[in-house]
Unconditional design. Structure first.
Length: 381
């Protein structure tokens, strides 16, 4: 049976979500505002933040429009540390992420520094937030790709459940961040404040991806290589630089990889899963128009177990002749993990449309709301 090994939330997550609980029961709402070239507004009840320009400009916009309004959460950190009895270990834990700073892509680090400066969030805390996914396994997720031939939309569909610890009002901070970086491809990241890297995203070329936790591999690889590129930042590079699955594979093979993970990925024509370790990268392609993924490897060279209830349920999708967004959402509901399923999303890569539900889990039971991302990727916006 495939069950992710959920761990206790570490410092960054605890600060945001336990602190948010202390603020009251009202859901957090980002203030709509403009700053420089950036803007945050609500679209179909979904907060959409557009940031653009140089790394420094993007970081400044992110800091002012998303991080700074939530600064009260960070100010409660000392109280949380005392309550949890972390006074002695907190300084060490907070600086752990600095071990990997040398591997940050230069533009991403410039962006992080600018965000820290404009928001007054602690730089070490932001670094920690962007490296802790490499250091600890934070949850378990499910994805399903359906090709155009089996889709009623005329293009492929790519669905994803994000399963993380439901401590505090985590889902209140869901944010669709649309990036338009100078000299790179525009992309949208479904994310949380402080994350520079990507774990669910789609770019202007219709290349979409989602990461999934994996805990074991058969190739004898170490679970962490601190000299590797933090994986969410590697995935952001895929969004900024690639247009197809083949280009993404080439880029990820060229990088020193930090940990083991599945990366479910699709472009406008096909879907696949990259099974990644610090030693290997195996590609598992869609079969007969479908490609499911959960929290284990299935390739001959990397698999340690093929047993997974959620994967088996997703495989029943092959019995459905024609899919629309509602059908895919129903399949994702079969594999929800209760309160752990914080986000459910469906990407339409051909039309650059996002359907997103987030809230008190399971998010699969909440209505999907659409955002036309093509409008935000347009160069003349």
């Amino acid at each position: 049976m495939c069950k992710p090994q959920f761990t206790k939330w570490v410092i960054f997550s605890a600060f945001i979500f336990w602190a948010a609980t202390a603020l009251g029961d009202e859901p957090y709402r980002y203030p709509e505002a403009r700053h420089g070239k950036g803007e945050l507004k609500y679209v179909n009840s979904i907060p959409v933040l557009v940031v653009q320009g140089s790394p420094e400009e993007i970081g400044d916009q992110m800091g002012v429009l998303a991080l700074k309004p939530a600064f009260q959460l960070v100010k409660l950190a000392d109280a949380v540390v005392k309550e949890r009895g972390w006074e002695r270990i907190y300084p060490l834990l907070l600086k752990t992420g600095n071990l990997m700073v040398a591997q940050f892509p230069r533009d991403h680090l410039k962006e992080l520094d600018a965000a820290a400066k404009s928001s007054s969030w602690d730089r070490d805390l932001l670094i920690f937030a962007n490296t802790i996914p490499d250091l600890r396994k934070l949850g378990g997720c499910s994805t399903l790709f359906v090709d155009a031939e089996h889709s009623a939309t005329g293009g492929p569909l790519f669905g994803r459940n994000l399963d993380w610890s439901p401590v505090g009002p985590l889902t209140d901070y869901t944010l669709v961040a649309v990036y338009r970086p100078e000299g790179k491809r525009a992309f949208a990241s479904i994310t949380y404040p402080g994350m520079v890297g990507c774990f669910s995203a789609i770019n202007e070329a219709g290349l979409a991806l989602a990461d999934l936790t994996v805990n074991s591999a058969a190739d004898g690889s170490v679970p962490l290589d601190p000299a590797g590129v933090p994986y969410t930042l590697a995935l952001r590079r895929v969004m900024e630089e690639c247009t197809t699955i083949e280009e993404a594979e080439k880029l990820l093979r060229s990088l020193r990889r930090s940990t083991m993970q599945n990366v479910a990925i699709c472009d406008r024509k096909q879907g696949a899963v990259f099974e990644i370790t610090t030693k290997s990268l195996a590609v598992r392609r869609s079969a007969a128009g479908f490609c499911a993924c959960t929290n284990h490897f299935r390739s001959k060279e990397l698999a340690t177990s093929m047993s997974c209830d959620r994967f088996a349920k997703l495989e029943t999708s092959r019995e459905i002749q024609t899919f629309n967004v509602a059908h895919l959402s129903k399949q994702l509901d079969l594999v929800h993990q209760g309160s752990w399923t914080l986000q459910t999303m469906v990407f339409e890569p051909a039309s650059l449309k996002l359907h997103l539900a987030f809230g008190k889990g399971p998010a699969t039971r909440l209505p999907l709301r659409a955002v036309e991302l093509a409008d935000y990727f347009a160069k003349d916006r």
